[in-house]
Design a protein around this ligand. Structure first.
Ligand SMILES: NC(=O)c1ccc[n+]([C@@H]2O[C@H](COP(=O)([O-])OP(=O)(O)OC[C@H]3O[C@@H](n4cnc5c(N)ncnc54)[C@H](OP(=O)(O)O)[C@@H]3O)[C@@H](O)[C@H]2O)c1
Length: 167
C-alpha cells in the first residue's frame, strides 16, 4: 500500500505555523495505528515541526532537496526516485505519506489509498491541502466521530484508487 494520510479542516487547512491547528487525540491515535512499523514519509518542514522526532516505532523518511540535511534516527531522501528505491527495498512495509502540502503536491501520482480525517469546522492556518485527482478514487469506508466541540467532529474516510494501480 502507498497511502496519503492527513487531516484537514472544512476549509482545507492542514497546518499553522509549522504545527497542526487542532488537538485531536483520536486522530493522533489513528495516525499512530496506521504508521507503526511502516515507512512514514514526510517533508522536511513537517518533520522539523514534530514535537518529538524521530517518531518511535516507524521508519521515518524525510524528503528534502538539501544534500546536507541530516536527521538522526531517520532516513533522508532527496527525490521521488530515491523514495521509490527505498520502498522497493522494503516491500514488507507499507508507505504512509504524511505530508505536508508540498509533499502531497509533489507525490500526487503515487498513492493507491487516501486516508483523510475531515474536521467539520473551519480553522485558521497557513498551509492548505491542494487538489487531488479524487475522480480516480472511490470511498470505501467512512466513520464519523461526534465531539462536544462541533468544530472537532470529524470523519475518517478511506478512499481507494479505482484503476489497477492497487498494490
Ligand atoms: N493536517 C495534517 O494532516 C498535516 C500533515 C502534515 C503536515 N501538516 C502541516 O503542514 C505544514 C507543513 O507543510 P508544508 O507544505 O509547508 O511543508 P512539507 O511538505 O512538510 O515540507 C516541504 C519540504 O519538503 C521537501 N520536499 C517536498 N517535496 C519534495 C520532493 N519531491 N523531493 C525532495 N524534497 C521534497 C522540501 O524540502 P527542502 O526545502 O529542504 O528542499 C520542501 O521544502 C505544517 O504546518 C504541518 O504541521 C499537516
Amino acid at each position: 500500500m502507498i497511502a496519503f494520510l492527513w487531516a484537514q479542516a472544512a476549509n482545507g487547512v492542514i497546518g499553522k505555523e509549522g504545527r497542526l491547528p487542532w488537538h485531536l487525540p483520536d486522530d493522533l491515535a489513528f495516525f499512530k495505528q496506521q504508521t507503526l512499523g511502516q515507512l512514514t514519509v514526510m517533508g522536511r518542514k513537517t518533520y522539523l515541526g514534530l514535537p518529538k522526532r524521530p517518531l518511535p516505532g516507524r521508519t521515518n523518511v524525510i524528503l528534502t532537496h538539501d544534500p546536507t540535511f541530516s536527521a538522526p534516527g531517520a532516513i533522508v531522501v532527496h527525490s521521488l526516485a530515491e523514495l521509490q528505491a527505498l520502498a522497493a527495498a522494503h516491500p514488507e512495509q507499507d508507505v504512509l505519506i504524511t505530508g505536508g502540502a508540498q509533499v502531497f503536491a509533489s507525490l500526487a501520482a503515487l498513492p493507491d489509498t487516501l486516508l483523510v480525517t475531515r474536521l467539520a469546522g473551519e480553522f485558521a492556518g497557513d498551509v492548505t491541502m491542494g487538489d487531488l485527482p479524487w475522480e480516480d478514487f472511490e470511498l470505501v469506508a467512512s466513520r464519523e466521530v461526534v465531539m462536544p466541540d462541533p468544530r472537532l467532529t470529524h470523519t475518517f474516510e478511506k478512499w481507494q484508487r479505482r484503476s489497477a494501480k492497487l498494490s
